[in-house]
Design a protein around this ligand. Sequence first.
Ligand code: GLU
Length: 338
Amino acid sequence: MGEQMRKFISTIAGALMMIALSAPLATIAKSAEFFTIGTGGPTGVYFQTGNAICKMMHKFAISADHGRKKGTNKAYRCTAPSTGGSNYNIGQIKEGEFQFGVAQSDWQFHAVNGSSKWEGKKFGNLRAVFSVHNEPFQIWARKKAKVKDFKGLKGKTVNIGNPGSGQRGTMEELMKAMGVDNSYFKGVTELTSSEQVKALCDGKIDAFGYSVGFPNGAMEQAATCGAKALPINLTGGPVQGLIDGADYYAAATIPAGTYTGQKKDVTTFGVKATVVTSADVPEELVYLVTKAVFENFDAFKAQHPAFGPLEKKNMISDGLSAPLHPGAIKYYKEAGLM
Ligand code: GLU
């Protein structure tokens, strides 16, 4: 073999060696760091909210090479599974199982202050990121049950929601305010939000209480089978007391025409859906998630009709009682929102 050939072979061998050595590096560059956002039942708005956030995060990661873990080549990747709802999500964040969750403003307040269902289990490290849509508390009753208001639920079969859902917790707070317990009803069920509409339409339950954004496909299904959302009397009544005593509740209206056959505004009380995290979640990740949503705001809002009324300046304060996470503050300051 001539000198030329020997040189050529050693160059090729060197190049092959380089490729072999760089292959594992390329694999690392493509690997991902997963984080989880807890949502709610698959037919609710929380599920859409969590997945909309993930979508923005991934969109941003591709378009702006945003969403990489600092000092590594790892891309952040987000999953938003369906869950039992608000209190379940907050509990999973507390356990370090989820990094984010969607939760009602009332349960954010109770968890960080150790009140109501969170008495003795205070989660002082709970942090707010931003709030999202309004969730009027709705009592839906089937036509044949002939119920006109909360009092009319006496002796009926009522779904109070699965344990862990915000819906269940808020229904119990409403029952307390109205001075009733489960014995007021003929029976109670603990169906999830995605089971309750079919049960109502099939006549297995007479009514359910649910805090959810509107318009909502599952509620439209209930309206289509003849069910209606009942007004909850506020003026001077016990529910007015609930609202007056707490910043996390507000009067709420589902405008006439939102659902099939809905001729009048439905007045009730409501909460805000909020996105929460833990003080233990790194600043960088919370910053990136916040930025992904706020810098792709129109695309985010287009993910669900309940997001239509969202405004950035309200989202950084409305319904938030836990301290804002430093990662969120960093973005709000940078964007001139604070
Ligand atoms: N507010 C409900 C809850 O916390 C969930 C509503 C939804 O899934 O959109 O249980």
